[in-house]
Ligand binder design. Structure first.
Ligand code: SF4
Length: 356
């Protein structure tokens, strides 16, 4: 298990961030927020996929008006994402959102900042400060360039405004589209403050490049013990973001619940369509909530041994597959029935564990 940096804890409704809480998964809707039905439908799909906190853009008054209904029916806490307009921030707080994403330095006059911070404090709503490497203030760019130091300095300016108003329920994000810049910025910030950090690589791109950039960037930061909540950014269906976020946390063993499917890369010994089998197994039992490692291996020669850490697995052969538990062969099954046999064995193990 990774040694995690201890941060201050904030609570987004009932979801804690930081202070030893499990790293939580966030996503953002891409519906029009004022379309209440579509937004709620997407939030529910995201929650089902494992999203624990959902952020919505609140760009205008129509979006604020939709918030009470969305907050009331959302199964997970709602974050309002606001740029500049303090009236939208006040409206969102009034509507019952559970967290704000706003940069206090962008709100304007001090009395406006105070009004927002006071309203957030009264309702125990944390504020996330989000600095984007692509839009640093001009003076910071001149002094530091687009560097980790510049990003941290930009964020700390916003932090200072909140601290001066005795507001400490702060979460910080420092996203950039460059993976090395993102990693270095979070590491630097973690050495300076103990506020919880929201981790992500922004504008990560299409599913392929976004998956790699997010896994490498978020993975490296988490592996260094930094980061309290994550958001994967992909261009496309946000459900994919949540699935990928779960995979990153599982790969780092920061989450143990549910099924971990392992499969071999195949080689000349493999005589079955292993990719299709792995996909089918994932499809059939991927939603299992009982912690279990399931192996799908390409050959009977090395499969059971290579996957001896798995709770259960199959190894394909020439027309006959071996079903095994912890590397020990349980029985032979005809190739045509191997998925059925594996699924039945997984369900049996799940039932055994539930009965304990
Ligand atoms: Fe090759 Fe068998 Fe190992 Fe898969 S389990 S990589 S098929 S030797």
């Amino acid at each position: 298990m990774w040694l995690r940096q201890q941060t201050r804890q904030v609570k987004v409704k009932d979801v804690p961030i930081g202070g030893g809480a499990p790293v939580s998964i966030q996503s953002m809707t891409n519906t029009r927020t004022e379309d209440i039905a579509a937004t709620l439908q997407q939030i529910k799909a995201l929650a089902e996929a494992g999203c624990e906190i959902i952020r919505l853009a609140v760009p205008h008054a129509a979006a604020v008006e939709a918030l009470p209904a969305i907050v009331a029916q959302s199964p997970i806490p709602v974050v309002a994402d606001i740029h500049f307009d303090y009236r939208l921030a006040l409206g969102a707080i009034e509507a019952g959102v559970h967290k704000l994403r706003i940069n206090p330095g962008n709100i304007g006059s001090r009395d406006r900042v105070e009004a927002v911070v006071k309203a957030a404090a009264e309702r125990n709503i944390p504020i996330r400060i989000g600095v984007n490497g692509g839009s640093l203030p001009r003076d910071i760019l001149q002094r530091y360039g687009r560097t980790p130091e510049g990003m941290v300095e930009a964020a700390l300016r916003h932090v200072k405004i909140l601290e001066d108003l005795n507001f400490a329920d702060i979460v910080i994000s420092l996203k950039a589209s460059s993976v090395p810049l993102t990693i270095a910025a979070y590491q630097l910030m973690a050495s300076k403050v103990n506020y919880p950090l929201h981790i992500g690589v922004t504008e990560a791109g299409t599913v392929r490049s976004g998956t790699v950039k997010s896994a490498v960037g978020i993975g490296a930061i988490l592996a260094a013990g930094v980061g309290d909540t994550i958001r994967v950014s992909l261009t496309g269906d946000p459900v994919q973001e949540v699935i990928l976020a779960e995979e990153i946390l599982r790969a780092l063993q920061l989450r143990h619940q549910g099924l971990e499917l392992i499969s071999c890369p195949t080689c000349a010994r493999c005589q079955i369509d292993l990719a299709a089998v792995a996909e089918e197994v994932q499809e059939r039992i991927g939603g299992l909530s009982v912690p279990m490692t399931v192996a799908v291996m390409g050959c009977v020669v090395n499969g059971p041994g290579e996957a001896r850490e798995a709770d259960v697995g199959i190894a394909g052969g020439d027309g006959v597959a071996l079903l095994f538990r912890k590397g020990q062969v349980v029985r032979k099954v005809p190739e045509a029935e191997l998925v059925e046999a594996l699924v039945a064995e997984v369900e049996q193990i799940a039932a055994e564990r539930a009965g304990k």
